[in-house]
Design a protein around this ligand. Structure first.
Ligand code: NIG
Ligand code: FE
Length: 414
């Protein structure tokens, strides 16, 4: 049974309390066994039975719950760096998509990639995510848009979950865009999702969630409702890409179908905010996408004031958010969305876990939960996100095992 000691500040993010309540403990220690936390508290309160046990040295640093990236599009073929420059020169995301770029250009490259090629790339991404403190990641399909490739992406996530330490949670996003072969008959594609893809994916338990991009350029609210309700009947909980580029009533639909989360929300209406609050739908902010698309930020303050829990995630994808740096997304949530560092941390841990239905297992450092945590070289959460350093994360642990970072010495006398 290991004990981690010499923790300057432990931000437990223990369940209960509002967005800003991260319940920090100064001069803390933490013990775990078989991957689960046994005890967390101040060193002076440490139970006597732990006293003789060899302990790992947190070096006086900050300990936070393992970060939960609750929105990524992890597997895709190719990149779209050219679009980065085109947007800087003034073209919009939708103009680029209409000229043959955007999601459909990544679909073409993904269909042509072998599963082995995709796996090699994802393993590299995941190793770097672990080094940043990420311990759980949601992964969406959505760059296949045909039965064979969508299944291939979800099988890839299932295999990667076994092959590397980050816990992966899969989401079926067949409704990411209308594929080129259905451009003139989108209803036929909706039928393929409902009658062909969803039954196969649910039957093989390849995904936990079903997501839809509800947007003028993608799926209507009615199509979204049809797909999400079909998914729900088969046991896949709904999630939405909502109100990103325009207010398409996505948040209202999220509330109506009782979604686990509504994500993006840069253009959410006042009515949408009220609806999310009433149904306790988690709002997932994706400030990297906001920044890369040069948009106005999601109104996080209005959401928090209305009582909505706001999660923070990367949206890692080759178009609107080509980065899986979750601490960077947290820093942007502070600067663009006016969330405090404590609020951003709760958003990237406990509330992100809630967006995945996993807040009973992960997302906070409390007895009984998984021993997923990161040791940060900073005195507290404010200092971590303020003095934004590339090497701030010293070590990452998943279920009590170190998966990234430097070796931790023992504590000489404790
Ligand atoms: O979350 N909004 C839709 N999907 C992605 C973008 C995907 C892409 O551009 O390839 C997003 O921003
Ligand atoms: Fe996304």
């Amino acid at each position: 049974m290991p004990v981690l000691s010499n923790i300057g500040c432990l931000a437990s993010c223990a369940a209960g309390g509002g967005q800003s309540e991260i319940r920090p403990i100064s001069n803390a220690a933490m013990a775990w066994e078989e991957g689960r936390i046994l005890w967390v508290g101040t060193r002076s309160e440490e139970p006597v039975q732990y006293r003789g046990i060899p302990r790992l040295n947190a070096g006086g640093g900050l300990v936070v719950p393992g970060l939960v990236d609750c929105h990524t599009h992890l597997a895709f073929g190719g990149w779209r760096a050219g679009e980065f420059e085109q947007r800087i020169r003034g073209e919009s995301y939708l103009q680029i998509a209409h000229r043959g770029g955007g999601i459909l250009s990544t679909v073409e490259k993904t269909r042509l990639s072998t599963s082995r090629e995709l796996a090699r790339r994802c393993l590299g991404f995941l190793a770097e995510m672990a080094a940043l403190g990420t311990t759980t990641a949601e992964c969406k399909s959505g760059y296949g848009l045909d039965l064979k490739t969508e299944i291939r992406l979800l099988e890839l996530y299932r295999d990667l979950d076994q092959r590397q330490p980050i816990r992966l949670v899969s989401t079926f996003l067949g409704a990411h865009a209308i594929p080129a072969e259905y451009a003139t008959n989108p209803e036929e594609y909706v039928r393929l999702i409902v009658e062909g893809m969803l039954p196969e994916i649910a039957g093989r338990k390849l995904a936990r969630f079903c997501d839809v991009f509800v947007e003028e350029s993608a799926f209507s609210r009615e199509q979204g409702r049809t797909i999400l309700e079909a998914g729900r009947r088969l046991g896949l909980a709904p999630k939405l890409h909502a109100d990103q580029l325009s207010d398409g009533g996505g948040a209202l639909l999220a509330a109506e179908v009782g979604a686990m989360s509504a994500d993006h929300l840069e253009r959410i209406s006042a009515q949408g905010i009220q609806a999310l609050a009433e149904r306790d739908v988690v709002a997932v902010s994706l400030p990297l996408a906001t920044l890369y698309l040069n948009q106005s930020p999601m109104p996080a303050r209005r959401l928090i004031e209305a009582g909505v829990r706001v999660a923070v995630a990367t949206d890692f994808n080759p178009g609107s958010a080509p980065s899986y740096h979750l601490p960077l997304a947290m820093m942007l949530a502070c600067n663009l969305q006016r969330m405090t560092p404590a609020e951003a941390l709760k958003g990237a841990t406990l509330f992100a876990a809630k967006a995945l239905g996993l807040d009973g297992e992960i997302g906070s450092l409390e007895a009984g939960k998984r021993a997923d945590f990161a040791i940060i070289d900073a005195e507290d959460v404010n200092h971590w996100l303020y003095h934004f350093r590339p090497t701030a994360c010293r070590a990452t642990f998943i279920e009590g095992r170190q998966v990234a970072g430097v070796g931790l010495g023992p504590v000489a006398s404790d």
